[in-house]
Design a protein around this ligand. Structure first.
Ligand SMILES: *Cc1c(COP(=O)(O)O)cnc(C)c1O
Length: 219
């Protein structure tokens, strides 16, 4: 028998707490990744009391969350996918946290929109820890410069986010992200997905992004 979404949430939370506690870290925030999942499944998670969700596309998120947000005022929505500058206005209006700040052009567009709208979602810088050419994110060697550029634009950065390369040991990348955050005095780390969130929690993640382990395969 397949388990239900509330059961999966419980299982993931228990495993998260166990992994974090073992290494004397606080339990990370569980960002339930609802991209590609129907609204019905999201409502099941909401009814089970979960409030923190991640989406990777602005348009999809607007469609799914536009109606639910007014109903559940304490929802916290994270953008975990790439953000095009022409979607910045909509993203700032909808999301509480944008985890994918990955280039100077986007930093400038966000700063401008923050000023215009008066709304200031939390920001994570996405770091390309594996230096993969096809992957978004700031290269580790460029991070300090980019961070200073963001500060110069008046942006407050909460922490760092990474997506390790497929087929590599994620622990190495999580440890690198933690080291980079420490060098900048940042204490928030978004790392770990369905396959490796316990490893991430053990290495000090403050946010894990878990989709399929909660909702099942994406449609
Ligand atoms: C889809 C996605 C996740 C969730 O992945 P699962 O393997 O389903 O847990 C996490 N982070 C990012 C950036 C994603 O795009």
């Amino acid at each position: 028998m397949t388990s239900t979404i509330p059961e999966n949430l419980d299982t993931v939370k228990t495993a998260l707490t166990a992994a974090a506690t073992k290494w004397e870290h606080p339990t990370p925030t569980l960002v339930a990744v609802s991209k590609g999942q129907p609204g019905k499944k999201v409502e099941t998670a909401l009814k089970a009391g979960h409030r923190v969700f991640g989406e990777n596309r602005v348009q999809e998120a607007e469609g799914k969350w536009g109606d639910l947000r007014p109903e559940f005022s304490d929802i916290e929505l994270h953008l975990i996918g790439p953000l095009q500058t022409n979607k910045v206005k909509n993203a700032v209006a909808l999301f509480d946290v944008i985890q994918t700040l990955d280039r100077p052009k986007l930093a400038k567009a966000l700063a401008k929109e923050f000023e215009r709208s008066g709304k200031t979602p939390g920001l994570f810088i996405q770091v390309n820890t594996g230096a993969e050419p096809q992957k978004a994110g700031i290269l580790p060697e460029d991070l300090e410069g980019f961070y200073k550029e963001c500060q110069g634009l008046g942006l407050t950065i909460m922490g760092l986010m990474c997506i390790p390369p497929v087929g590599e040991q994620p622990a190495m990348h999580f440890a690198l992200l933690k080291k980079l955050a420490g060098e900048l005095d940042l204490d928030q780390l978004s790392m770990g997905m369905s396959g490796d969130f316990e490893i991430a929690a053990g290495l000090g993640a403050t946010h894990v992004r878990v989709g399929t382990a909660i909702f099942g395969p994406r449609g």
